[in-house]
Design a protein around this ligand. Sequence first.
Ligand SMILES: [Zn+2]
Ligand SMILES: [Zn+2]
Length: 308
Amino acid sequence: MKQVIFNVGGALATYTEFRDKKLVVDIGKSKEFSPTNDFLLPLYKKRENLKSNIDKTKYHVDQLIISHPHDDHLSDISEFNDKFYPELLTCPNDNDGMQAGHHINWKLLEKNPNVDILRKMLNGRKPPLKEVIKDFEYIYYIPPRDCEQSNALSVESYCNNISIAVFLIINDHRIFLPGDLQKTGMDEIISRNQSLKTRLAGGVDILIAPHHGLQSSFSTVMFDYMKNKKTRCLNIVSEKVNTNDKRNVDSRYSTSDYCFAKNDIGEKDEPHYQVKTSRGHIFIDYGKNDYPRIEIINDTELLIKKFL
Ligand SMILES: [Zn+2]
Ligand SMILES: [Zn+2]
């Protein structure tokens, strides 16, 4: 299993391959880097027979998950939709087949052409659109109607707190991607889901820090439920850049209180508890070792080679 968390400025985009599955969780881009045009397309062009059976003009991806419809999580969606067809498309949505409580209230979101593209992609898809790649992937969310009706959740941020949180368990490796859940949202999603408590208690190797690692969304509750109350290998922060004081990254992610730092990116006497995507694309090879091999890669060619 191989994974990359892209350096896309303050946005978030990840790509994971395991067995024969190809999974994209969030597809934000930066001015300098488009995950679709600069990575996925050249990678897929080097391979054969990867066209989708459903839309033969496009390349096949098993699943695209958009954690929530904020632009920093879908700004590359137009490029992606031009060239790729995700067999499963998972995001908060208002598909007819879903229970009303799960419908998203688009009026509460800012108007954005990328959201319109996402909604067009949802057209004609079968409900419930919250399916998963079975046996490896578990998703959790607070039904959007509940977020809308809870003052605490909606005032904090309706859009962030409807985030779909993804838990991957592959070859005993455990990765938690909680989108932009804020503090109250994280409390709520954990309290609602016994199975999420159980999975956290089983341990987290790699954490993509909630809401880009911002201080306002640091969740001690999440760590309290986690095995040993800390991550095993690494906390990854996709931090916002050039932001004001309120949007600082929480320094607790880079301490031994919240991570065992079982990784090989630091010098011998200098463990790395946290890494920011601003240092480069973070490539993780889960292999068969006890802990994953992690590299920071800036050269796109080299990154593509890692997946070939
Ligand atoms: Zn975000
Ligand atoms: Zn957000």
